[in-house]
Design a protein around this ligand. Sequence first.
Ligand code: SF4
Length: 326
Amino acid sequence: MKQDNLLEVKNLTTRFKLDDGILTAVDGISFEVGRNQTVGIVGESGCGKSVTSFSILQLVAPPGKVAEGEIIFDGQDLLKLSKKEMRKIRGKKISMIFQEPMTSLNPVYTIGNQIDEMTKLHLGLDKQAAKEHTIELLRAVKIPSPEQRYHEYPHQLSGGMRQRVMIAMALACNPEMLICDEPTTALDVTVQAQILRLIDELKQKNNMSVMIITHDLAVISEVADKVIVMYAGRIVEESDEKDIFTKPLHPYTEALLKSIPSNAQRGEKLFMIDGMVPNLLKENKGCMFAPRCQYAQPHCFETEPELKTVGDGRKVRCHLRGEGEE
Ligand code: SF4
């Protein structure tokens, strides 16, 4: 069945004009996020995943700029909107949560005050209605004693509770899409699992689409309906099948899976991907992953592979994989 798409990213290219040259952080990527679908975008730091989310929200700061492409959200190209129109979309229709809530929460205002401000601004609620709505949101993200927490400051909460506050804030205006950038990286494993479960529950309840950006494939293995693996600004693998976690098609996905601590055998040294991500300021020839790939062939260093659809609709960018392959 064809998925009803909420977001369609087409040929998105984002560049940074730096003193030593032009850096193409996102290089012609295309993907869709369906309604009520969770899409995980995975890759090491510098692969372009965060720049992708900032590009969608038009939060790329100079010297960066979306150079090409279309970002169709609910039938509307976000790149054609004015700054004022885009401000209405951000927070109201698309919300974002970040890795470290302390940098997004204002330490001098109470939690209640910060969420109230959002709903007063975007939903036009009065003081009493905003307070009631905020307490409901704190309850929805399972913060104990929400009436009391409403009056507390960010430093009075644990890291996990602060991340719940960020989620409550992101949900304040009932967005259609939630973008989570490394939402659990700063948290311990048990709290990570609770936060991911909560995001998943809220997605079902609120009928939202979710995009989770992470360097850790394990984070999204339970919740993602579709996984996009990025490397050097490009999509190297895309699959809406769970078998990406057991039968990866791209050598980079395979390496990412091997580097998950729980996948290492007891007593075995943790796998590390050798080498570094390529310098995107330099002109790179051939497959971007070739210098780090254990399967690289001579022609991998000469010709860049295309992103091909193989087998059951999975997409992969590797010379080893042929179109129509099962
Ligand atoms: Fe490795 Fe070659 Fe495939 Fe690139 S194209 S991932 S170098 S096998």
